[in-house]
Design a protein. Structure first.
Length: 157
């Protein structure tokens, strides 16, 4: 018999022995230099995403910086922070589908450069609707969708 798949909320709650701070090593030193990197727990990424108020935005890089500061590390892991934000988005969508009213506002979390993340629940149409409802203007550049003047709307974390 196949194992039951974990729900998004179960994945979000699974800390997997995280957070961990480790030296930046291997190929990562070419891009990030030396120092330490924090691999935050999924819940920590979700916590930062939850702090972004209506009308404000955050990018993955701001989340990484916030987590690095919290753990006194040089950088936040670029790979896991993005993955955990994606899990938080799906967990929020799952909670909303089950009737929750207060969910993590994942649509306010952008990729670097102010780009909407098409991998978030509902894709671009859902994100665009939610962001426009909060007063943001969405621009299409090639195949990408960006929030106009997103820097002015960045939340102070």
């Amino acid at each position: 018999m196949a194992a039951k798949r974990k729900s998004w909320r179960e994945k979000l709650a699974d800390s997997k022995d995280l957070p961990k701070v480790a030296p930046i090593g291997g190929k990562m030193t070419l891009r990030w230099g030396t120092g330490t990197m924090v691999i935050a727990a999924p819940r920590e990424v979700d916590e930062v995403m939850r702090k972004v108020p209506k009308g404000r935005l955050v990018t993955i890089n701001e989340i990484r910086n916030c987590l690095a500061k919290k753990h006194r590390a040089t950088i936040g892991c670029p790979m896991t922070t993005g993955i955990f934000a994606w899990i938080a988005a799906h967990a929020a969508n799952e909670a909303e589908a089950n009737g929750a009213k207060r969910i993590t506002p994942y649509w306010r979390t952008l990729k670097s450069g102010g780009e909407l993340n098409p991998k978030y629940p509902g894709g671009i149409p859902n994100l665009k609707n939610r962001l426009e409802a909060e007063g943001h203007r969405i621009l299409k550049k090639g195949t990408r969708y960006l929030v106009a003047d997103f820097q002015q709307a960045l939340a102070k974390l």
